[in-house]
Ligand binder design. Structure first.
Ligand code: AMP
Length: 291
């Protein structure tokens, strides 16, 4: 719920993998604040919002209890803490998976073979749920960190831990057996804050900005000139948002085409446009797209 000073609070990770991108995302929404990593509060100068820097493990519960109205946290942490919060949207960063892995030389190859084995993890709740649904009766060794060394210490036969690229797991001599959860950073809200008209209004304003900024991620705006006769070919090449803008030029038979292109196909599209007769191609980054 809104504090008596009329300001809302959003909790983000104090110091870790989600911190920089969470700060950058809030700033891309036009929020101006000095991020106080060591302090608790970073007030926004131009929005009724204070950014709280907290341990990410604590964020689900703080949002559930109304200490913060909003929070940014990994789905892996939310799943583990089982807090009663409302999920507003996925944010597209902090991508990782919770995986069960075994030492390279282990004879274990499948989930079923984990029956009566020991699995070390910092995610006991998530793992227990998975094992129950997979009908595997393994014992869970609960650790708070350095889970990857558990097999070498002979305290576990397998581990269940967060993996993003898989490089760390390989470096630790581990082989994945299965993925039990896909995770990314998400925005969550306190349920009471969503019901309260004043905080709901602020949350909705923030959501529009966030969606605009996330929608624009990696996208570019392109402008080019081309003979009008090449338009049918160009339209096939440009995967436009809805349809490209086509403007006739002063020079007879020539048009200017404006459109939006996703970053991952950008160079490919550029080359094909050039081949199809486009010239004077100008590319600019996009800050936001409000639909
Ligand atoms: P950390 O800063 O290591 O506590 O990680 C914070 C969050 O970043 C985790 O809870 C995950 O949601 C996410 N994350 C993404 N990739 C990884 C990874 N390779 N290892 C750990 N966490 C990751």
């Amino acid at each position: 719920m809104l504090a008596t000073n009329g300001r809302m609070k959003i909790a983000i990770q104090r110091n870790g993998r989600l911190t920089d991108e969470s700060v950058a995302l809030l700033r891309s929404c036009g929020l101006e604040f000095e991020f106080q990593q060591q302090g608790l509060y970073s007030p926004c100068r131009n929005f009724d919002l204070d950014v709280l820097s907290l341990r990410d493990d604590d964020i689900p519960e703080y949002v559930q209890d109304g200490v913060a109205d909003l929070g940014i946290v990994g789905e892996n942490i939310l799943g583990e803490k089982q807090a009663r919060v409302h999920i507003l949207r996925k944010l597209g960063y902090g991508l990782c998976r919770l995986m069960i892995s075994v030492p390279q030389r282990s004879p274990l190859r499948s989930v079923k073979q984990l029956n009566r084995k020991r699995i070390a993890t910092a995610y006991p709740t998530t793992l227990r749920q998975y094992l129950r649904s997979a009908r595997v009766n393994a014992s869970i060794v609960e650790l708070s960190g350095a889970v990857e060394i558990a097999p070498s210490l002979n305290v576990a036969d397998a581990i269940c831990d967060i993996v993003s690229t898989g490089t760390t797991a390989r470096m630790n001599g581990l082989r994945p057996i299965t993925s039990i959860l896909e995770s990314q950073a998400i925005l969550v809200a306190n349920r009471q804050s969503l019901k309260h008209p004043a905080s709901r209004k602020l949350i909705d304003r923030l959501l529009i900005r966030l969606s605009g900024s996330l929608e624009a991620r990696g996208k570019r705006y392109i402008m080019l000139n081309a003979p009008a006769s090449s338009l049918p070919t160009l339209k096939k090449i440009i995967p436009a948002l809805k349809s490209p803008t086509v403007v006739p030029l002063a020079k007879q038979g020539m048009v200017a085409v404006h459109s939006v292109i996703a970053g991952h196909v950008f160079w490919d599209v550029m080359e094909r446009l050039k081949q199809a007769g486009a010239s004077d191609i100008i590319v600019v980054p996009i800050e936001t797209i409000i639909k």
